[in-house]
Design a protein around this ligand. Sequence first.
Ligand code: MN
Ligand code: MN
Length: 268
Amino acid sequence: MKSTPALLGLCFDEYSSYFPGTAKAPPLIREAFLCDASNLWSETGIDLGASGIYHDEGDMVPAPGLDFFLEIEQKVHSLLERGFRPLTLGGDHSITFPLLRAFHRHYPNLAILHIDAHPDLNHEFQGNPLSHACPFARIMEAGLARQLVQVGIRTMTGHQLEQARKFGVEVMDMRNWRDDFVPVFNAPVYISIDMDGLDPAFAPGVSHREPGGLSTRQVLRLIQSIEAEVIGADVVEFNPQMDPSGMTAGVAAKLVKELMGKMLEPNG
Ligand code: MN
Ligand code: MN
């Protein structure tokens, strides 16, 4: 029970800076996850079609007059209290801040593996400190993670490099990528995957297409290579409006399968 993954969709794109659309992602990732074009086995041999092997908490949408970030934090806190490992489908990347506020209450020593084209370490962006360009600045200044490893980065700026140094972020720049890179963690790990960390050749359905990124296989291998316990994850920034062929939904669903497989590993 302790390791049961719980899917939760967050239909939110209000803190996107360029194209909205990521709010429509969760149902499409779920549909691709369940699509009969594939099966429900992780590559690591876990049958995700087995009865009760994961829980689906459904989707959350912002409600007028309510603080959606507080709603997210409370929902995920309750899932963690019930013993689940929340696996959130975004939504823009701003949601990772309230998610980590909940995770930190249960795992004060947690580490984060963050896969993204962008470091998302801006102090503020277009006047918004909660922008999807800022969540890891908020997370690190609030002390919500003891370690942050960023992979896939290929848009570093002077300001964000200063922020990375200030917060002690371990940045694996894409230009220094090595296929044998394995992130090392000595604490429970939370995985945050921005779909634009993948190369747009593999995942075109994102708001900020940045060439020179990771392949689907490289991201799968990163997930599979983690030796520490994976306590939760998010898959964010899939934008269906930029994905006419539907292929990016399929990539997101594939990542969800391997994330669940990792959470369900016998010694995971
Ligand atoms: Mn990004
Ligand atoms: Mn991001």
